[in-house]
Design a protein around this ligand. Structure first.
Ligand code: PLP
Length: 228
């Protein structure tokens, strides 16, 4: 049986290999361990294997884990990657370091207003809807510039880049097209905001294609912690 530590090193090797295959520097791609629904012990096992960046999808679950681990593991960087309703923004503003799924001005404004003064600005990504599925959240490509402008004026949140969840499909051509579309949007946004540095795309099943298309952060859950 493989351990969480084994699976982290396998994921890291996959990142290195995918980067080499397209002549990128492996250290330009970070591994976000998605620990949603998994117990605290699993997070500690990953931490002991050297993992420091963790992603959570559910506000209350994330808050409970962050609070439980804050004392002994203060150097964990917590990323919120789930859908967020406006009545729950305060928890994210108060506890997380990153928020990947901004898709409305109102959410950006609330996170800014609720970010505690003693904390560094919250790092944020705009979630873009690049998928063919109606149900997916995120802004349309045409709305990225306007939301980026709103975020850029808010002092307590910092625009870091773009995030997307592609269509759930085995069709690698479609995955490739969607990732390439997000990369194009990212390159355009970077001309206007040169300090952005994060293209959050790629999960357990498609991380290799995401890296080939410029991902700088892959969000890996089941390949590290097992099926949910
Ligand atoms: C659950 C989740 C992941 C991880 O997915 P796996 O297929 O388990 O690697 C990544 N990103 C988001 C937004 C998720 O909700």
């Amino acid at each position: 049986m493989t351990t969480i530590a084994d699976r982290i090193s396998i994921a890291q090797r996959r990142i290195n290999q995918a980067a080499q295959n397209c002549s990128r520097t492996p250290s330009d791609i970070s591994l976000l361990a998605v620990s949603k629904t998994k117990p605290i012990n699993d997070i500690v096992a990953a931490y002991d294997a050297g993992q420091r960046q963790f992603g959570e999808n559910y506000v209350q679950e994330g808050e409970a884990k962050i609070t439980a681990l804050a004392g002994d593991y203060p150097d964990i960087e917590w990323h919120f990657i789930g859908p967020l309703q406006s009545n729950k923004t305060k928890i994210v503003a108060e506890h997380f370091d990153w928020m990947h799924t901004i898709s409305r001005d109102k959410i950006a404004q609330r996170l800014n207003d609720q970010r505690p003064a003693h904390k560094k600005p919250l790092n944020v990504c705009i979630q873009v809807n690049i998928s063919q599925e109606d149900s997916k959240s995120g802004v349309d490509a045409a709305e990225v510039a306007s939301l980026a402008l709103t975020i850029s004026k808010l002092p307590n949140i910092t625009l870091r880049g773009l995030m997307a969840i592609p269509t759930a499909t085995d069709n690698t051509d479609l995955q490739q097209q969607e990732f390439a579309k997000l990369k194009t949007l990212y390159d355009q946004l970077k001309q206007q905001y040169p300090s952005i540095d994060t293209l959050s795309m790629g999960m357990s099943g498609d991380m290799d294609i995401a890296i080939a298309n410029g991902s700088t952060m892959v969000r890996i859950g089941s390949a590290i912690f097992g099926e949910r």
